[in-house]
Design a protein around this ligand. Sequence first.
Ligand SMILES: *Cc1c(COP(=O)(O)O)cnc(C)c1O
Length: 350
Amino acid sequence: MARLRYRGIAVTAVTKAILGAPEIAEIWQQAGVSGLGDSRIENVRAMRAAGIPTLMTLVRSPMLSQAEQVVCLADVSLNTELEVIRELSSVAKRLGRTHAVVLMVELGDLREGIMPALLEQTVREVLQFPNITFKGIGANLACRSGVSPDIVNMTALSSFADDIDSAFGPVVEVVSGGNSASLSWALSGVDTGRINDLRLGESLLLGVDPLQREPIPGLHTDAIRLVTEVIESKRKPSQPWGKIAQAAFGEVPSVSDRGDIVQSILAVGRQDIDPEGLIPPPGIEILGASSDHLVVESTGSGELLTVGGEISFQINYSALLRAMTSPFITKVMSPLKAVLREEIGENFRA
Ligand SMILES: *Cc1c(COP(=O)(O)O)cnc(C)c1O
């Protein structure tokens, strides 16, 4: 956070992967983020209900059908459709409130965003809506197509901000340069231009840079772990027998015969996690997963795992999203405050 602040960039901490867990939102707030962001209004509602007063941004274009909730619960939303902004404006007017809007610009990843050629015209219209404050522009990269933030697209975003200001006066307050994938660009020592905000989720939660999934110096990659329970542990052949067709999820398993192995079942499945997103501890290898079963092999000592014992995994973003969303996974928050206080010392304002 300090490294970004030094470059004039504030952090909007994105809470969607933790479903707006107020415990974590509060920690982020105390660590000095400028606001919180979430893609789901339900999560924003949960944080408001927990009494979190922070500036709250809805980071997905509001659904028309949820415009009223958005105006009531979020201070800002990221937008690309005039029709939606018109509805936000009319709801805000009716309720006697104001709502701020950041316009998302398409920079090539082809997810959300207004095409650059239409940006100025859109800003002109947004500035005229009653009870709407035009707050700035933003972009999202590396999500749908994997297009990386770089000097070219980030400089383009800065220059769009300049163009808007020269057309309408100084109206662009926020230039939001993307998600965690923009972090390495922002910290690389390049001129960050007018970018003064990043919306960070994955990097704060998992301590990795999502472009290469490399650890970020100074952050922990194991702050969130998945603990599973062993429900079966047996010596079994490595090769199935009988006529082989598709398995539960459409794949045709290919297995070579390695003789008998020590195989265990953990009580977690595709309904709760993405099996590709689990990093097992040493001596454990993932063999497969169905809805409710994760099948693993003990590659180490050859000893059976104890039924009722626990195996703990490091998880990636995809597994985290699913685990946090699964009602079958119990979420346990350790005393983070104590950990943080120890690590960031006087910067921690409890
Ligand atoms: C999810 C999301 C973010 C945060 O992305 P991370 O990769 O988790 O940092 C930022 N902006 C938007 C629009 C998002 O949907």
